[in-house]
Design a protein around this ligand. Structure first.
Ligand code: HEC
Length: 212
């Protein structure tokens, strides 16, 4: 009897799942719902910040639901769009001050919003260590991105390496469409000068990243 009841429960659950799927909203509806929830979650935010909850055209392509693959046309479009966003520091120096870069990579400060106003409390950070191992002595780093320990020691600091590293940080999608690395320069989270300082931190022989 017990076994029969169990079978009945399993059958009922399967039926509920099928019925549930039949009424599941479309990918577009789910996406619009998600954006609305984010927008509603922060009432009274300055318009410049709520606008960030709305996905740009390329992020929309990357957010395809249901495990759809990116087509090569879409991937090419995203890379071209990312390349078009690229801006460099005045004077064109792509590797700056590694010590300033060191302060940025582990600093997570951003904008503070209070009573509907943005309060610039202090200079923003870059928070690379949330996703990357950098200084081999640092144990508190994330691993969503590849470890970058010994980056400059392995690749050197030629103009080509410096340019790639700068552009990668400015807009990661110029090299890897839809990757999980934020488009830090293109979205104005880091200035070109801050990116140049982080580049120096990665490639400078004296930087802790390249410590033997
Ligand atoms: C939210 C996680 C995340 C953050 C924050 C992040 N990255 Fe990344 N990064 C990734 C991922 C994932 C990859 C691999 C995919 C790719 O190449 O875009 C990557 C790739 C890279 C690469 C290319 C590695 C290679 O072998 O050529 C570099 C360089 C890099 N990140 C540097 C940085 C720096 C510097 C910062 C801070 C300014 C940073 N990342 C912030 C996730 C992140």
């Amino acid at each position: 009897m017990k076994r029969f009841q169990l079978k009945l429960a399993v059958a009922a659950a399967a039926l509920a799942a099928v019925l549930g799927c039949a009424s599941f909203p479309s990918a577009d509806e789910t996406r619009a719902l998600g954006e609305q929830m984010v927008a509603d979650a922060y009432p009274g935010m300055p318009a410049a910040l709520t606008a960030r909850a709305v996905q740009d055209a390329d992020q929309k392509i990357c957010s395809k639901l249901g495990g759809e693959k990116l087509t090569s046309i879409e991937a090419g479009r995203i890379v071209d769009a990312a390349r078009a966003t690229m801006k460099y520091p005045p004077g064109g120096k792509l590797a700056g001050d590694w010590k300033a870069g060191e302060r940025l990579v582990s600093d997570g400060a951003g904008l503070r919003v209070r009573e509907g106003r943005v309060e610039p409390v202090k200079q923003n950070g870059a928070l690379c260590i949330n996703c990357h191992a950098l200084d081999p002595r640092e144990v508190n780093s994330g691993n969503l991105g590849p470890a970058l320990v010994g980056y400059g020691a392995q690749r050197g600091n030629s103009d080509a390496v410096v340019k790639y590293t700068y552009e990668k940080i400015y807009n990661a999608w110029a090299y890897y469409p839809c990757s999980n690395m934020p488009r830090l320069g293109a979205h104005g989270f880091l200035t070109p000068e801050q990116i140049a300082d982080v580049v120096a931190y990665l490639v400078a022989p004296q930087s802790p990243v390249n410590r033997k």
